[in-house]
Design a protein. Structure first.
Ligand code: HMG
Length: 397
């Protein structure tokens, strides 16, 4: 593999995750919708979905995920906050500005939002890397925060989800370094989109899966050409996970049939470890790929410093990117090992409660105000809307 020489190592120094406190079991959804549960558990490889109430949005999820990894020292050193999302709460004010305030990050920072469907966070990481290259003492907080809502009784319904992956980007990172090897591809297509007047997306479902797989194949071929490598150079591949079964098809598509069975088994084992969290959270759009990466890191027992992990990012519309990272010495000390137990603590909802909660909208009075309730279990919450202004707060315990 061609080694790209860089003067400075830049990458992910910390990684964290937040999701909502409610869960819908897909067994229950299947029974209510009259679907064979195996269509969801085997056909899509999904088990549960996180459900966010009205008081939990991309701002509160991002604040919770950021808060779970940052120290007071980090907050003084961060000079850029980027929220990648396609479920923004305002067409003008960036979610990152709310989050900057909620987390108490020092004032001389840039805060903004970035969008290209599920690809946004990959672009944000690249920008963060360029910023640290220019300004080596900087730390950048990247928050991949989304709530995926397809609508009741749509084909996408079992693939909804809610969550945020927070990543702190710096030089000399303690988890992984970015290899300087990104290959991106853009295609102007309509496979999944959400016009401003619609709260749920329009989806050409089968077409979107074909585009995901074809973008993977062609970007991977170009990557191999540019960097003279094969999957043999990687210990694992993480994929954007709209639902894990599609990513499994992706892995099979790029797996060299002539590989020894032993290598195929390693890639398959690491793939299985990378989908554990998504199987219980659903699609979190921009954060999905990185939730897969986190799941791999926290559930694999055979990864070691120096291992290379390939990442495939796909955002409808469509932009895709293939790139890789390399684990550094001591990476395992930065991880949290009880995340599955935390996910199991979420409160299970009946299908009727899920329908009521997930699709509820704020009931504004004539002045554009509403008071919220029921957010005691959250870390951060949307507590009220006053004259059309969203007011957020840390929830005191
Ligand atoms: P569907 O109705 O679940 O489709 O919709 P299906 O009937 O083809 O079934 C799915 C799989 O279940 C099939 O397996 C069936 O055979 C199997 P496959 O043939 O694919 O291997 N199956 C069963 N298995 C076991 N027991 C059974 C059974 N019955 C069927 N009884 C669809 C699938 C993708 C259309 C739908 O989920 C959807 O519209 N999803 C939303 C769009 C999406 O996720 N697209 C993915 C690519 S685009 C992307 O990744 C970007 C995105 O994240 C957005 C962004 O970028 O912002 C979506």
């Amino acid at each position: 593999m061609i080694k790209i020489e860089v003067n400075m190592t830049i990458g992910i120094d910390k990684i964290g995750f937040a999701t909502s406190q409610y869960v819908l079991k897909l067994q229950d959804l299947a029974e209510t919708r009259g679907i064979d549960p195996e269509k969801l558990s085997k056909g899509l490889l999904l088990k549960e979905l996180s459900i966010a109430p009205l008081t939990e949005d991309i701002v509160t999820l991002a604040a919770s995920a950021g808060n779970s990894i940052l120290t007071e020292e980090d907050k003084q050193e961060i000079d850029m906050v980027i929220v990648a999302t396609e479920s923004g709460v305002d067409q003008s004010k960036a979610a990152a500005v709310f989050v900057h305030g909620l987390l108490g990050i020092q004032p001389f920072a840039r805060s903004f939002e970035i969008k290209e469907a599920c690809y946004g966070a990959t672009a944000a990481l690249h920008y963060a890397k360029l910023h640290v290259e220019n300004s080596p003492k900087s730390k950048v907080l990247v928050l991949a925060s989304d709530i995926a809502r397809y609508g009741v009784e749509t084909p996408g319904e079992p693939t909804q989800g809610a969550g945020c992956v927070a990543m702190l980007i710096s030089q000399n990172p303690r988890i992984m370094v970015f290899n300087n090897d990104n290959v991106a591809q853009t295609r102007d297509i309509m496979d999944f989109w959400r016009p401003n007047y619609s709260t749920t997306p329009f989806v050409n479902g089968v077409y979107s899966t074909q585009q995901y797989l074809d973008s993977l194949k062609t970007t991977w071929v170009e990557y191999q050409k540019r960097y003279e490598c094969s999957l043999d150079d990687f210990e694992a591949v993480c994929f954007h996970l709209p639902y894990p079964k599609l990513a499994l098809k992706g892995l099979k598509k790029i797996l060299d049939k002539s590989f020894p069975q032993e290598k195929k088994d390693v890639l398959q084992k690491h793939f299985d470890e990378s989908i554990i969290y998504s199987q219980k959270v659903g699609n979190i759009y921009t954060g999905s790929l990185f939730l897969g990466l986190l799941s791999l890191l926290e559930n694999a027992d055979s990864l070691k410093a120096g291992d290379k992990i390939a990442l495939y990012s796909y955002g409808s519309g469509a932009v895709s990117e293939f790139f890789s990272v390399e684990l550094v010495e001591g990476f395992e000390k930065q991880l949290q090992k009880n995340r599955l137990a935390l996910l199991d603590r979420r409160q299970a909802l009946s299908v009727a409660d899920y329908e009521r909660m997930f699709f509820e909208e704020a009931k504004l009075d004539e002045s554009g105000s509403a008071t919220m309730s029921g957010y005691e279990g959250q870390d951060f919450a949307l507590i009220e809307i006053v004259d059309h202004q969203r007011r957020y707060s840390k929830v005191e315990k």
